[in-house]
Structure formats: structure tokens, C-alpha cells
Design a protein around this ligand. Structure first.
Ligand code: SAM
Ligand code: GLN
Length: 257
């Protein structure tokens, strides 16, 4: 089947043209511009398999195995959280603090794909410590750190919170995290249900991670920067914690310094 025909049929099946082009581009290695100017060429036979998978709700980025985040393309695969646009704001805040305060060591809890730490490492000279409860997240972060050429400045260990770095805790100047903060039982868009639950759910009120973290760690003398859900700002404001907004004007980050 020709590319033009395949796009038309997949559109009729319910797939937006932009996604059809992304899938075709992934399958052939050709750019979207190339595809659009070669609609008469034969399309890859796997295309409709991917269209069906996508229409079943399976995330586009798990099919094409990458997600653009901040300034680069991150490798992602099933079992690892797909980095979100809002989190780029967390990275920008961190880079600004690191440069202003001349910070040398940061720690990230829950690295996932490594999007946050790797982006920060690309823009600053810090050393990063990173944890995740998921072995796959550690593996994928290691791969992304290596793809971006920053693997020598990141130390990754599997474990909860900062437990694997207990002995180095005193050297950490900035603690950063985009933790799971979705309320247990919340209705999620279908594609999100394919992502790992341990990356998303933060207990009954979505606040389990933050409550546990501040109970476990003495953060005096350190800066803590975390992402929160857009309906969780009030909880933190009540405790005199600074709440910052994202690009769309929603409560999204907390800063303790
Ligand atoms: N930092 C990545 C990002 O922003 O794209 C991933 C964020 S994802 C929302 C949360 C990550 O934290 C998941 O990879 C999950 O496995 C991990 N995680 C959840 N609870 C954790 C805990 N108590 N300690 C360490 N990692 C945790
Ligand atoms: N914003 C995410 C979502 O799309 C949740 C991220 C998180 O829990 N850290 O559901």
C-alpha cells in the first residue's frame, strides 16, 4: 500500500495524521517532510499493526521508544514513566538554583527514564546521585546518561527514597523529585494506564511520597525541589512551603530552602 493511502485509512480508523506520520517515520527512518512529499512510495507493512496497537490505547512513545524532553530525545520503553512537558519546568528551576547557588551535588529520587537528572547534567557541572525502586528505570537512565555523554557524573542505585546514599547524604545540596502523586483510584486517560503504577500512585490522597520523605529526612541546610499535582498546592501552602506554578499557571512545584 502507498504511504498516502495508508495515512488516509488510518485516519478513518481514528488515528490523527500527526501520529500516523510519527509511526511511518519511525518505521522507515525517513522524516515527516520526506514522507509527505513521497506519498506514492510503498509504506512499511508493519504500519497497520502499530496503528491497531496505538488505537488500543498503548502509548505512542512506547511504540517509537523515544520521547522528546527539554533539549533532547530520551529512550523510553514499557515499564518506565514517559517524561511529561510540565517536568521541563522542574528542570529549569533546578538549573537556575544550581547556577545561582553554585551547587556541586544533587540527588534525584525516582529517576524514571533519567529525563530530569540527565537534562540537568547536560546544562551544569554538577554530580548527580539517583535512585529508583525500579530496576528498569535504573537501566534506562544509565542508557540515556550514556547517550547524552554524562554517565561519568551520575551514580545510580536501586532503592527507596535516598536509602542507597545514606552515607553520602551530608554532601547532597539539592534534592529533586517528580514523585508519584496521583490519588489511588483516580480515573486516568487510557494511555496512562499502561505506565508503571509505582510511578503514578501516591496513596489515598496522592501525598504519601512527600509525607514519608519529610518524615524520613532532615532537610535543614538543603534545598528540596519537587513536582506536585495541580490540586495539591493548598496542602503545602498550609505548611508554609513555597508553591510555584507551571507554564499554564497551575500549582506544580514545591521549593524548600
Ligand atoms: N523523574 C522521571 C520523570 O520526571 O520523568 C520519573 C518520574 S515518575 C512520576 C516517578 C518515579 O519514581 C518512577 O520511576 C518510580 O519507579 C519512582 N519511585 C516511586 N516511589 C519511589 C520511592 N519511594 N523511592 C524511589 N523511587 C520511587
Ligand atoms: N502528571 C502525571 C500524569 O499525567 C502524573 C505524574 C506523577 O505522578 N508524577 O498522570
Amino acid at each position: 500500500m502507498k504511504i498516502g493511502e495508508a495515512i488516509k485509512i488510518s485516519k478513518r480508523m481514528g488515528l490523527p495524521e500527526t501520529e500516523a506520520l510519527i509511526l511511518l517515520s519511525y518505521l522507515s527512518g525517513n522524516s515527516k517532510e520526506y514522507l509527505l512529499s513521497h506519498l506514492e512510495e510503498e509504506c512499511n507493512e508493519k504500519f497497520f499493526l502499530f496503528v491497531k496497537k496505538r488505537l488500543s490505547g498503548y502509548p505512542l512513545h512506547y511504540i517509537i521508544k523515544k520521547k522528546h524532553f527539554f533539549k533532547g530525545e530520551f529512550y523510553v520503553e514499557e515499564g518506565v514513566f514517559i517524561p511529561r512537558f510540565e517536568t521541563e519546568g522542574l528542570v529549569e528551576l533546578a538549573i537556575d538554583i544550581i547556577k545561582r547557588r553554585k551547587i556541586g551535588t544533587i540527588a534525584e529520587i525516582g529517576v524514571g527514564s533519567g529525563a530530569v537528572s540527565v537534562s540537568i547534567l547536560c546544562e551544569t557541572n554538577v554530580r548527580a546521585l539517583g535512585t529508583d525502586v525500579s530496576e528498569k528505570a535504573i537501566k534506562v537512565t544509565r542508557l540515556n546518561a550514556s547517550n547524552f555523554g554524562v554517565e561519568s557524573r551520575i551514580d545510580l542505585r536501586k532503592g527507596r527514597f535516598l536509602e542507597p546514599f545514606r552515607s553520602e547524604y551530608k554532601n547532597i545540596e539539592l534534592i529533586i523529585s517528580n514523585p508519584p502523586y496521583v490519588r489511588q483510584g483516580a480515573i486516568l486517560p487510557e494511555d496512562v494506564t499502561f505506565e508503571p503504577p509505582e510511578a503514578l500512585f501516591g496513596g489515598e490522597d496522592g501525598l504519601y511520597f512527600y509525607k514519608e520523605f519529610f518524615k524520613l529526612y532532615d532537610t535543614s541546610g538543603k534545598i528540596v525541589l519537587m513536582e506536585i499535582g495541580d490540586d495539591q498546592g493548598e496542602y503545602f501552602r498550609k505548611q508554609n512551603i513555597t508553591v510555584l506554578k507551571d507554564y499554564s499557571g497551575k500549582d506544580r512545584y514545591i521549593l524548600v530552602e
